[in-house]
Write a protein that binds this ligand. Structure first.
Ligand code: KIV
Length: 300
């Protein structure tokens, strides 16, 4: 890769105008999730454009069985760690379930926490309907908002579970209306999750803001969950995931070899230990050999 084609060369921080320019120029936008300092540092070095501190972290790093239980306080811990690993991608904090639906005031207060307490550049919220009002309020408070339509995991039960959305004309129309409403109140980009590619393609043309797809076919950009794309956990992944690594098996292999070598006393080897000057060691041994040492052991 030459300097001219390497996206890592002399990168400037990604801004909202830059994302709009990328849509206009037809340059694909790359987004990935991150939940801690190492994943953020990887995203930084890989020169992605956007990093989402997704509420998927509830499952990928906190071990919950859905995104519903994660709290704003937990998300802030993850977001602060991500902030410390990022300097160029635009960083988006995902508003977790229960942190914004109640009222516009609650939504603004939660969004402000992401900005003030974790240094996020923007926030994301799910759905149309009442979320459009929440998005408007947050944007009026000066915080950029990314929308999210189609399969919205925080309300998946309402729509029949983790299933593709927009597969009927009625449901596709609803997605279009939600996306247009989010754009109208000023969202700077919208995630389309698990939407038929043809529906996405039709809407990408109608929307002025970038559409970031996940299981939604080609769009202005793509997002994948860090742990899905690198294979950090075993088990099934949604059909829209392509795995670019199998790190879980490498991690298990590494820790198993470590355990075996500790048990066989192969590790640590000489090169992993620190030395001490022979005279110093001798003097220390003389100290240990003193009789008074043994008798004073419990004398305190
Ligand atoms: O939480 C998340 O990871 C997300 C992405 C799937 C867009 O919302």
């Amino acid at each position: 890769m030459t300097k001219a084609t390497d996206p890592r060369a002399e990168r400037l921080p990604v801004t909202l105008p830059r994302l709009a320019e990328m849509k206009a120029a037809g340059d694909p936008i790359v987004m990935v999730t991150a939940y801690d300092h190492p994943s953020a540092a990887v995203a930084e070095e890989a020169a992605v454009d956007l990093v989402l501190v997704g509420d998927s972290g509830a499952m990928t790093v906190l071990g919950y069985d859905s995104t519903m239980p994660v709290s704003m306080d937990e998300m802030l811990v993850l977001a602060r760690a991500v902030r410390r690993g990022l300097s160029t991608p635009l960083m988006v904090g995902d508003l977790p379930f229960g942190s914004y639906e109640g009222s516009n005031e609650q939504a603004v207060a939660s969004a402000q926490r992401y900005i003030k307490e974790a240094g996020c550049d923007a926030v994301k919220l799910e759905r149309g309907g009442a979320s459009v009002d929440r998005a408007r309020a947050i944007i009026r408070a000066g915080i950029p908002v990314m929308g999210h339509v189609g399969l919205t995991p925080q309300t998946a039960t309402q729509f029949g579970g983790y299933k593709a959305q927009g597969r009927t004309a009625d449901r596709a129309t609803q997605i279009a209306e939600e996306a247009l409403a989010l754009q109208a109140v000023g969202c700077f980009a919208i995630v389309f999750e698990a939407v038929p590619a043809a529906v996405t393609a039709a809407l990408v043309e109608k929307l002025e803001v970038p559409v970031i797809g996940i299981g939604a076919g080609p769009a202005d950009g793509q997002v994948l969950v860090f742990h899905d794309l690198l294979g950090i956990y075993a088990g099934r992944t949604p059909r829209f995931v392509r795995r670019y690594g199998q790190l879980k098996s490498e991690m298990v292999e590494g820790v198993s070899r470590y355990a075996a070598e500790v048990r066989s006393r192969e590790f640590p080897a000489d090169e992993h230990t620190y030395g001490i000057d022979a005279e110093e060691l001798e003097s220390f041994r003389r100290y240990l050999d003193q009789e008074s040492l043994a008798s004073s052991a419990w004398d305190w």
